[in-house]
Design a binder for this molecule. Structure first.
Ligand SMILES: C[S@@+](CC[C@H](N)C(=O)[O-])C[C@H]1O[C@@H](n2cnc3c(N)ncnc32)[C@H](O)[C@@H]1O
Length: 227
């Protein structure tokens, strides 16, 4: 179901993101990359972006590493062929595979960094995906999570109302699939808080290095380490 949903909106996915977040999604990815790359100490890291979509996170990571004069090997995984088609044009330097986060098609202990941006919430079996990410990470490898979450407080409530009304309206208008953008707020509503999520990760062998909210407190960045 999730694969079909993203196949149906792939062509306009980036445009809807830019418009509905007023370009903030780029800043969130940049902040997330900077936070993870700041903890990366290896020379030529191998990086896997799970649920890579159209490749924005890979692009952002590449730019961040170029600033640090560091070369890297980039890999991406996504279950939607249509999202991957777009990614192949945007990030031709990355090795992109179609596949499921619950069965990551890479050998154990392959990567120094795994990232998941706005993907975790969509996984049908989160526990299995987390175990798989743990398996493919090298010892002490890093996991970067960028995800939406509901938040209390004025800004959080405003952002939530916006996500439930304006986003499905614009998303529906541009992609013809309003239901896909209703799925967005429903999945955010059903998703654990960052604190609950970080406890879940600890159960599966991760330690949390940092947790930061992104303006306007509807998205958060979490960096964890495999222990
Ligand atoms: C909201 S998009 C995020 C895309 C990208 N990471 C970004 O930052 O824009 C979620 C992506 O997760 C992918 N996805 C959802 N469930 C998946 C799974 N179980 N395995 C692999 N990819 C999955 C979808 O196909 C979609 O491309």
């Amino acid at each position: 179901m999730v694969r079909e949903l993203f196949n149906s909106i792939a062509e306009r996915y980036d445009l809807v993101n830019r418009l509905t977040t007023l370009g903030l999604d780029r800043r969130w990815r940049k902040k997330a990359c900077e936070m993870a790359l700041g903890h990366l100490t290896v020379e030529r890291p191998k990086i896997l972006d799970v649920a890579c979509g159209t490749g924005d996170m890979i692009m952002c990571m590449k730019k961040g590493l170029e600033k640090r004069n560091t070369a890297a090997e980039f890999y991406g995984l996504d279950c939607s062929e249509k999202m991957l088609e777009i990614a192949r044009e945007k990030v031709p330097f990355a090795e992109l595979k179609a596949g499921n986060a619950e069965e990551i098609p890479f050998p154990s202990e392959s990567f120094d960094l795994v990232s998941v941006a706005f993907g975790l919430r969509n996984f049908s079996d989160r526990e299995r995906s987390i175990k798989e990410i743990h398996r493919v990470l090298k010892d002490n490898g890093l996991l970067l999570i960028l995800e939406f979450s509901r938040n209390e407080g004025f800004l959080g409530k405003l952002a939530w109302a916006y996500t439930k009304t304006v986003v499905p309206f614009i998303g529906g208008l541009l992609t013809g699939n309003r239901e896909a953008y209703n799925h967005l707020w429903r999945s955010i509503g059903a998703f654990p808080s960052p604190e609950e999520l970080s406890e879940e990760f600890q159960e599966f062998g991760f330690e949390r290095l940092l947790l930061r909210w992104c303006f306007p407190r509807i998205a958060f960045v979490m960096v964890l380490r495999k222990v």
